[in-house]
Design a protein around this ligand. Structure first.
Ligand SMILES: NC(=O)c1ccc[n+]([C@@H]2O[C@H](COP(=O)([O-])OP(=O)(O)OC[C@H]3O[C@@H](n4cnc5c(N)ncnc54)[C@H](OP(=O)(O)O)[C@@H]3O)[C@@H](O)[C@H]2O)c1
Length: 252
């Protein structure tokens, strides 16, 4: 895959899946805009990795707000004039019994997991040329319910439906829109979910997957590459779940 001359923006790329995607895209030649909410050091670490392969910059902006998404798009426009690949990766995975979720948490979950993708897609669409791609980070929790992930899972389900709607609407601009729905990925978020479930990675892999393995961020980055390279895939969600969907109900 040759992404030379393309500009990619990866929201929430200070660590975890976002960092892996940012570095992967740089390795394939893209200029990469790294984005963090607060942790500038993590963003700088990702940027240093990106710069081993390509050009890039880091923008601190909270994309769960309209102003943050606009800031990220404005800085990208000013520096590079365009965005060919938008990865709506930023998200917040908090498990909590539904009846204990207070208004602050509800609003934070909605803005971090859903509105961030809405705001970024709107703000970036003006600088996305024909042939561009948008990829959303959904989750397997949006496909099969998992205990105490009611807000997170239902918002990820909304992201998958939004992906279909946007694929329809943005086809007039020749922009493809797809999503990825991974099960547990080995990142800070994935590890905190396993802690919450009092389960080790080994237990999860051996008892709840068909592949005997947790997912590594590298595999998610590779799936992003596959979607970018597939001109006739749009409006789809690619599920990467270690076979978990065939394993009965986990976390019930
Ligand atoms: N790990 C999994 O098991 C898993 C499974 C399925 C789907 N996913 C999805 O994959 C995506 C990445 O997850 P991850 O595991 O890499 O999570 P992670 O390790 O928690 O990293 C998330 C990154 O996103 C940033 N971020 C969060 N909200 C942001 C905002 N409003 N503006 C800008 N940056 C923001 C975080 O920065 P701060 O620390 O500053 O907040 C952090 O750098 C998320 O959408 C997640 O829901 C993860």
């Amino acid at each position: 895959m040759d992404l030379k001359g393309k500009v990619a923006v990866v929201t929430g790329s200070g660590r975890g899946i976002g960092r892996e995607i940012a570095v992967y895209l740089a390795r394939h030649g893209a200029t990469v805009v790294v984005n963090v909410k607060k942790r500038i050091e993590e963003g700088n670490e990702t940027l240093a990795e990106v710069k081993k392969y390509s050009d890039g910059m880091m923008v601190q902006a909270d994309v769960s707000s309209r102003s943050g998404a606009k800031l990220l798009a404005d800085q990208t426009r000013r520096q590079y004039g365009r965005c060919d690949i938008l990865i709506n990766n930023a998200g917040l995975g908090i498990g909590m019994p539904f009846l204990e979720c207070d208004d602050r948490l509800i609003e934070k979950m909605i803005s971090s997991n859903y509105l961030s993708a809405v705001y970024c897609t709107q703000e970036f669409s003006e600088i996305m040329p024909e042939g561009s791609s948008i990829i959303m980070m959904a989750s397997f929790a949006g496909i099969r319910p998992m205990m105490y992930l009611s807000l997170y899972g239902s918002l990820k389900a909304a992201i998958m439906k939004l992906t279909e709607y946007l694929a329809l609407e943005l086809r007039s601009r020749r922009i493809r829109v797809n999503a990825l729905a991974p099960s547990i990925v080995k990142t800070k978020m994935g590890e905190s979910l396993l802690d919450y479930l009092h389960m080790t990675e080994e237990e999860y892999a051996s008892k709840h997957t068909l592949t005997s393995s947790i997912i590594y961020p590298e595999e998610i980055a590779g799936a992003i590459g596959f979607l970018l390279e597939s001109p006739n895939i749009t409006g789809q969600t690619l599920v990467i779940d270690s076979g978990q969907s065939l394993m009965g109900d986990l976390f019930m």
